[in-house]
Design a binder for this molecule. Structure first.
Ligand code: HSE
Length: 323
């Protein structure tokens, strides 16, 4: 039976969720592919941490060369997070002809040209469905089933932390600092929540959406971005008087002057489908000139939803190279 060998970069929460996805559904995944799928090497410093998966010490490596230089490895899954060294490691893997799957929105958005160039040079595929909207298959939809459209607009609630905070401020009348503390205690918000609450994470995701929908890559630092850290209970009440809720929206729209784009808090009419996206959920609302309006909704973060999208990309690669 054919075997696909995988090198995994990073066995943190998302790496563990991806590993678990393969463990949970190995039988159906391998039956569908007609091939075995093995995570043979894992680049990870923390080899001692208790993880609820069957991983053995001999799978761990400490040098990226053990993966990018291993001719047996077909696919590299990058789940380190951060722009570097993740971008350099992915570039190396692609140039070595290894297909790459990643959930790393910061690296994909910042290193867009470099990674796509390396994929072209190496004759390898680069896939990143999990980087926007976690488990929601929105990138696959806009690059596949919706490709016959010219896109007119995208509005995304693409950051779970900020949506959780704004939702709780709105529904429970809590103030920003109290909800943030609560979100951190429940593990929804990072210990350092800056990238989420200041809109940087959403800007990374908008950069990726725009590159795919409008064929226009804008570096995330070039996207006008405002976060939610100065939203007050008064702002929420003022929005409510206008029959609106405040949401952090990643927005891009085609205008006569080109594509306009920004990330920031917006008043959304309560009748709009995005207004009902509550808690840590994500949604991406798109308008295509043929299909009309669509909204993709679901879990935008978390180990298993993200693992689901990562393994979906891995399977697509396995199928493509088997044809
Ligand atoms: N910190 C991100 C969020 C994780 O809150 O949505 C998923 O990209």
């Amino acid at each position: 039976m054919k075997e696909f060998k995988i090198g995994l970069l990073g066995l943190g929460n998302i790496g563990t969720g991806t590993y678990k996805t393969l463990e949970m559904n190995r039988a159906s995944i391998e039956a569908e592919l007609g091939a075995e799928v093995k995570i043979v090497s894992i680049l990870e410093k923390d080899t001692e941490r208790e993880r609820d998966i069957n991983v053995t010490k001999d799978q761990f490596v400490s040098d990226i060369e053990d993966i990018t230089g291993n001719p047996e490895i077909d696919i590299v899954i990058e789940l380190l997070g951060g722009i570097e060294p993740a971008s350099t490691f992915m570039e190396k893997a692609l140039l070595a002809g290894k297909h790459v799957v990643t959930a790393n929105k910061a690296a994909v958005a910042a290193s867009w040209e470099r990674l796509h160039e390396a994929a072209k040079k190496g004759g390898a595929m680069l896939k990143f469905e999990a980087s926007v909207g976690g488990g929601i298959p929105v990138l696959t939809a806009i690059t596949g089933a919706l490709r016959a459209n010219e896109f007119e607009e995208v509005m995304g609630i693409v950051n779970g932390t900020t949506n959780y905070i704004l939702y709780n401020m709105t529904a429970k009348g809590m103030d920003y600092a109290t909800v943030l503390k609560d979100a951190q205690a429940k593990g929804f918000a990072e210990a350092d929540p800056t990238a989420d609450v200041e809109g940087i994470d959403a800007a990374n995701k908008l950069s990726i959406l725009m590159a795919l929908m409008f064929d226009k890559h804008v570096h995330p630092t070039e996207i006008p971005t405002k976060g939610i850290s100065d939203i007050t209970a008064d702002d929420i009440a003022a929005a409510d008087r206008e029959d609106c809720v405040i949401k952090l929206i990643a927005h891009a729209v085609r205008t006569d002057n080109g594509i306009e784009y920004s990330v920031g808090p917006m008043n959304i009419k309560k009748s709009h489908p995005l207004a009902g996206v509550n808690g840590e959920f994500n949604a991406v609302y798109v308008k295509g000139n043929v299909v009309g309006e669509l909204m993709f909704y679901g879990p935008g973060a978390g180990p298993l939803p993200t693992g689901s999208a990562v393994m979906g990309d891995v399977m697509e690669i396995c199928k493509a190279v088997s044809r």
